[in-house]
Write a protein that binds this ligand. Structure first.
Ligand SMILES: [Zn+2]
Length: 263
C-alpha cells in the first residue's frame, strides 16, 4: 500500500497543508486561549430587585420588551404562571432607575430585575398575590441566589432602593414567606419584642438614630435628625416590607424595634 510515488507525494503535500493550517492565526485573526481560568472572580450580579407591573400580562410583556424599560424576568399571574426571560442575565435590564442600596447607585449594572404581574395599588387598596405566582418566584429566586451567591440583604424591593419614587412590590407582598423559604433578610421576632418593651419603658431613640439604623440596613437617607418628608418615605418603605400593618412613615416603637432586630 501507498507505494506509488505520486500517491506518497500527494499525501505529504496534504500533511504539510494541514500543518500550516495549525501553525498559527492568519493576519488579523484573533486567537484567545481560554484554557486557564482565574481563581479570583465572582458574579457581577449582587442584587435582585422585585417589582410589580401594575398592569395586565399582555401589557406588561409589551412594555417590558418593546419600550425603554425592561427586566430580566417577567412572571405572569396566570393560574399556572409563565416565567419569561426578556434580557440575558449577563446584560443590563433597565428596571431600577434612580436608586441606591448600601451607597451603590448603579443598580441596573449589578442586579437582576424580576417584574411580577400584579395590579398594584395605592393608599389602602392593594392587589393580592396568588400562591402559585409566589411559588414560581421562590423557585426562580433559589436558582438565581445559588448561581450568583446573592446575599440575603441584597434581595430587595423597588421601594427599598427608590423609596422617594416607588412603592412596589407594596405592603401585601409576602416578604415573610420568602424569608421562611430562606430568601431575603428578616428580623428576630423575640429580639423585636424585647427591644419594643425596652423602648416603651425607657423612651424612643431620636430620629438621628432611626436614620443611622436605616443607613446601616442599606437605605438611602440623610442623617440630619429631622423627620422630614424624605425620611418618612424611607420609614414607610421599611414598614411596607417588615411591618406592613401600618406604613405611615412614623417611626413608632414597633418600627424602631424591628429595625434594631434586623441586625
Ligand atoms: Zn418597580
Amino acid at each position: 500500500m501507498f507505494t506509488d510515488p505520486l500517491f506518497r507525494r500527494l499525501l505529504s503535500v496534504l500533511f504539510l497543508a494541514v500543518l500550516a493550517g495549525c501553525a498559527g492565526p492568519r493576519p488579523g485573526e484573533l486567537v484567545i486561549d481560554r484554557s486557564i481560568r482565574a481563581k479570583s472572580q465572582d458574579s457581577r450580579v449582587e442584587i435582585v430587585v422585585l417589582h410589580y407591573t401594575a398592569t395586565s400580562n399582555d401589557a406588561s410583556l409589551k412594555i417590558l420588551s418593546e419600550h425603554n424599560v425592561s427586566s430580566h424576568y417577567l412572571i405572569t399571574d396566570e393560574p399556572r404562571p409563565t416565567v419569561y426571560q426578556l434580557v440575558d442575565e449577563s446584560r443590563r435590564a433597565w428596571h431600577a432607575g434612580i436608586s441606591s442600596w448600601y451607597g451603590r447607585t448603579d443598580i441596573n449594572a449589578a442586579s437582576i430585575g424580576i417584574e411580577i404581574v400584579n395590579d398594584g395599588g395605592s393608599g389602602t387598596s392593594w392587589a393580592p398575590w396568588p400562591d402559585a405566582q409566589i411559588d414560581v418566584l421562590i423557585t426562580l429566586l433559589h436558582d438565581i441566589v445559588k448561581r450568583h451567591q446573592i446575599k440575603p440583604h441584597n434581595i430587595v424591593g423597588h421601594s427599598d432602593i427608590a423609596p422617594q419614587r416607588k412603592v412596589d412590590p407594596g405592603p401585601l407582598f409576602p416578604w415573610k414567606r420568602l424569608a421562611d423559604a430562606g430568601l431575603g433578610r428578616w428580623y428576630s421576632e423575640s429580639k423585636k419584642q424585647q427591644y419594643e418593651r425596652e423602648f416603651l419603658e425607657r423612651g424612643l431613640p431620636d430620629i438621628a438614630w432611626v436614620q443611622s439604623e436605616l443607613i446601616r440596613a442599606g437605605y438611602d437617607v440623610e442623617q440630619h435628625g429631622k423627620l422630614d418628608r424624605a425620611t418618612r418615605n424611607v420609614v414607610a418603605a421599611f414598614q411596607m416590607r417588615y411591618r406592613p400593618s401600618r406604613y405611615d412613615g412614623i417611626p413608632d416603637a414597633e418600627t424602631m424595634a424591628t429595625l434594631k432586630a434586623l441586625h
